[in-house]
Design a protein around this ligand. Sequence first.
Ligand code: ADP
Length: 255
Amino acid sequence: TQIMSRGLPKQKPIDGVKQVIVVASGKGGVGKSTTAVNLALALSANDSSKAVGLLDVDVYGPSIPKMMNLKGDPELSQSNLMRPLLNYGIACMSMGFLVEETAPIVWRGLMVMSAIEKLLRQKIRDFISSSERNLYKSDKVIFIIHILQRAVIVSTPQDIALMDARKGAEMFRKVHVPVLGLVQNMSVFQCPKCKHKTHIFGADGARRLARTLDLDILGDIPLHLNIREASDTGQPIVFSQPESDEVSYISKYVF
Ligand code: ADP
């Protein structure tokens, strides 16, 4: 809000990047990282002429390194540029590469801005010096407005998630970032034994929100053990089980 009230920063191009798609939610735990990882893999599989990268700017719990089975620190070039780590053909940058997995870090809004700016432009010289860690008060801030081109919003069908998704959609409208649509995640769980379907978080909340906001539904992904296990083992489902039903729910809407 601090930054919003100062007016919108000007969009700056990122060297070598043609398109930016932001995967946003509002609420944590609704499947943003899972969607981002699988979307990146699906886009890359769909068109091998395109290089796809993934930038994880989750500062509080970056999970992309684990989901993409990436370990170790990125190498630095002589000019102190950080080289993204690569797996499954996707170049990844993550706050998780730069901070200890177990270190508690409290970020201040402007520090988040500068950290993301450096990640984007890969200049690491003065990145998060140890003296900066733990110094700052937490401050919720919308931090990536100036790099956005288009956005995808992920939500479960649950009211509490939808409320935040709606705020996200409205924020994007305010800053003139087109929203490509909504992905409804975890909408149904089918018992693998008796095949009974349960709508644990509600059936079609995101669909209703999409209608209200005049947005498209880009995907409707069930709650499924394979998706969770694939993410946890660093073998994202679009890569490891491309023929599965779960993937058809993701890719049917992407292409
Ligand atoms: P966020 O990035 O929004 O915080 P995540 O993508 O990390 O959410 O998802 C939260 C947890 O839910 C993760 O453990 C992930 O593996 C799991 N998950 C996400 N989507 C599904 C799904 N459709 N089915 C099963 N588990 C899922």
